[in-house]
Design a protein around this ligand. Structure first.
Ligand code: ATP
Ligand code: MG
Length: 649
């Protein structure tokens, strides 16, 4: 394939759209095929795209086996837990063995090609073995985030109908044992569908009572299959590799279904063009296997690229000895010579509460870039981490549905500067446009705000459909813009004169104040520029007079100020003035209230719909994805507190 470093990104991108099949034929050469594809893209039934039709391949082969021959002893999976203080590195040869043992166990439990295996696990190496083992035998994995409670798990069991569930006795968070088995038992009791078998990893953290005939311990089975040879099952490129739910920020989570060949090619290409992967180097994503970042950039992407992947259980602020240490990630970067790191703005905001000196305690000379995704990256946070680490901070915008970045900078194709506040430009294969949600017309002039949509076909790696619900796929994603069949991201954006996109919040986060449509994100950006504000959420609340008004909930840098009514009053005034000055009085929040933490999903996203419901005195709705219930109580308390009045005199 041509040396991509010599071409300009603009040309590279153009080709991906205008000469789609030729472009993806080249990218397909980045992975191993058992049978090469006969057709690159079948888009005869829009919006359903079938990539690399006729080709057969295997994700596990590309992630593991392929590298065993070339570098058997190179590190593949580095598992670190600051919760249990354990560290273990598996070479490609060792990973190959472990995955075959797991695959043999799954086969012995009756798992066949196309069967679902639900993985409900903490961040242990066995979770990665299970995912890779499923891919190896053509089973479909459905990873459910380990932080979910019984109700959320039960509904996913019913949707996925797994033959086998893989789980563990417990996870740990902040030094506390979180028992998984009782939650799993309760979930299976609640669900209609009954898995035939449950495979359990015993970490000796919590009691592990077994249900006779259904539950099996992993360790003795592993010993039984120590020398198992389980060849890769070559599957069609379009064979479903996994299902995974969206984060549930805006409503009922959607079951994203992903293929095999398109996903493998998309990841291999992104590792090269976006993450500039080099085999033998170490990649560290701080996400969780329960999220799409964990699937794409903890497990599959780095391994497909021949890199070692660091899988971390624990908080960013707890050291390997169990003592508080906000430099623990940087200690790992130094120790394992991490070159590429992937995290989320929310994690950086946690670190930002500590002295910046923690970022400089360890030797970070190996680190080449930090990629952040999942939510808007506000400028103060970006600036803080950029100054602190001294490496490029690369924002990237995508979704569970897309599987890999939609907007970012492809530095592996052409080095380009990032702009603060912008995740970047459309990635190759994504025909990203901005449309007027009322007329459905595309906006061509720069700096106009519209809904971010993608013209079909979606590139390789994106969702095939909603699991068992093609109609929901079409209706939800493709039929919401009048007169057009385009994929709706449900995010607002604008494109500047240089072609850089800015994400202005979710299209359902728009508030309507006295006939003016305002993105809550813009108001948040403005408020978070106040030097005292660490974090802020703005939402629209029903108002009899104006339709909606903006409400702001801010976390202060110095939490003590929030306890002082005079300081609260002064800050509220300052913030309102700031909004008046920058955005105009119409955007001014009706109130600015101060809380110690904001309600977020376990993946660090603001649960606006729940906050909004509480503000409007409604039921908060489905809270299974809420991380800390105390955060919603704080919203309630802040709303109930009497409005401070200026002290007399
Ligand atoms: P649900 O679709 O169930 O409501 P969700 O959209 O939060 O949940 P995800 O797929 O995890 O589920 O998140 C994708 C969304 O996260 C994007 O649509 C966008 O709103 C936001 N997002 C992701 N990356 C960025 C980014 N770099 N900048 C701004 N927003 C981002
Ligand atoms: Mg979404």
């Amino acid at each position: 394939m041509p040396d991509s470093h010599t071409s300009s990104y603009a040309d590279f991108y153009r080709r991906s759209i205008d000469d789609r099949d030729a472009f993806w034929t080249e990218q397909a050469a980045l992975i191993d095929w058992q049978t090469p594809p006969q057709q690159i893209c079948d888009y005869s039934q829009p919006p359903f795209a079938r990539w690399f039709v006729g080709g057969t391949t295997n994700l596990c082969h590309n992630a593991v086996d392929r590298h065993v021959a070339a570098r058997p002893d190179a590190p593949a999976l580095i598992h670190v837990s600051s919760e249990t203080g354990s560290e273990r590195t598996y070479s490609f040869a060792e990973l190959h063995r472990e995955v075959q043992r797991m695959a043999a166990i799954l086969l012995s439990l009756g798992v066949q090609k196309g069967d679902r295996v639900l993985v409900y696990m903490p961040m242990v190496a066995e979770a990665a073995f299970a995912m890779l083992a499923c891919a190896r035998i053509g089973a479909i994995h459905c990873v459910v985030f380990g932080g979910f409670a019984a109700g959320a798990l039960a509904s996913r069991i019913d949707d996925a109908e797994p033959r086998v569930v893989v789980s563990a006795d417990a996870g740990m968070r902040g030094g506390k044992v979180v028992a998984y088995k009782p939650l799993l038992d309760e979930a299976i009791r609640l669900s209609q569908h009954q898995p035939e078998s449950v495979l359990l990893v015993d970490r000796n953290l919590a009691p592990l009572p077994l249900v006779q005939g259904r539950d099996h311990l992993y360790a003795p089975l592993r010993r039984q299959y120590l020398d198992a040879d389980v060849p890769c099952e070559w599957v069609d490129a379009t064979h479903t590799s996994y299902t995974l739910y969206t984060s549930g920020t805006t409503g009922k989570p959607k079951g994203v279904q992903r293929d095999t060949g398109g996903y493998a090619v998309a990841l291999a290409a992104s590792m090269r063009h976006i993450f500039e992967a080099r085999p033998g180097e170490t990649y560290f994503s701080t996400s969780d296997i329960g999220w799409v970042v964990g699937h794409s950039y903890i497990v599959y992407g780095p391994l497909i690229a021949g890199m070692a992947t660091l899988m971390y259980e624990g908080l960013p602020t707890r050291g390997m000895d169990g003592e508080p240490d906000p430099a623990v990630w940087w200690q790992l970067v130094e120790k394992y010579k991490v070159t590429r790191m992937f995290s989320a703005p929310t994690a950086v905001r946690v670190l930002k509460k500590y002295d910046v000196a923690h970022l400089r305690k360890h030797d970070l000379s190996s680190l080449k870039a930090l990629y952040l995704a999942g939510e808007p990256l506000d400028e103060p946070t970006a600036q803080w981490i950029s100054d602190g680490l001294g490496v490029p901070i690369i924002d990237n915008y995508w979704q569970t549905e897309s599987g890999w970045p939609i907007l970012t900078i492809a530095n592996g194709v052409e080095k380009k500067p990032s702009k603060f506040g912008s995740p970047g430009v459309p990635m190759y294969g994504f025909d990203v446009q901005l449309v007027d949600e009322v007329t459905g017309l595309s906006m061509t002039e720069p700096n106009r705000k519209g809904v971010v949509v993608i013209e079909g076909p979606l590139p390789p790696g994106c969702m095939q459909t909603v699991w068992r619900d093609d109609q929901r796929f079409v209706d939800t994603y493709w039929r919401s813009i009048p007169g057009r069949l385009v994929y709706n991201t449900f995010d607002w954006g604008l494109r500047d004169q240089d072609g850089y996109f800015f994400i202005l919040g979710r299209s359902d986060d728009v508030i309507n104040v006295a006939g003016h449509r305002l993105g809550t994100r813009e108001i948040e950006e403005c408020i978070s520029g106040h030097p005292q504000v660490a974090e802020v959420a703005v939402l629209g609340v029903a108002d009899a007079l104006k339709g909606q008004v903006a409400m702001a909930f801010a976390v202060l840098r110095d939490g003590r100020l929030a306890a002082d009514p005079a300081a609260r009053l002064r800050l509220e005034g300052e913030i309102m003035q700031r909004v008046d000055g920058q955005l105009g009085g119409v955007a001014r929040p009706a109130r600015v209230l101060f809380v110690a933490l904001l309600p977020k999903t376990r993946s660090g996203k603001l649960l606006r719909r729940a906050m909004q419901a509480v503000c409007e005195g409604r039921d908060a709705g489905d809270l299974t994805t809420l991380d800390d219930p105390a955060a919603l109580d704080q919203i309630r308390d802040a709303l109930a507190a009497p409005k401070p009045t200026p002290a007399a005199g």
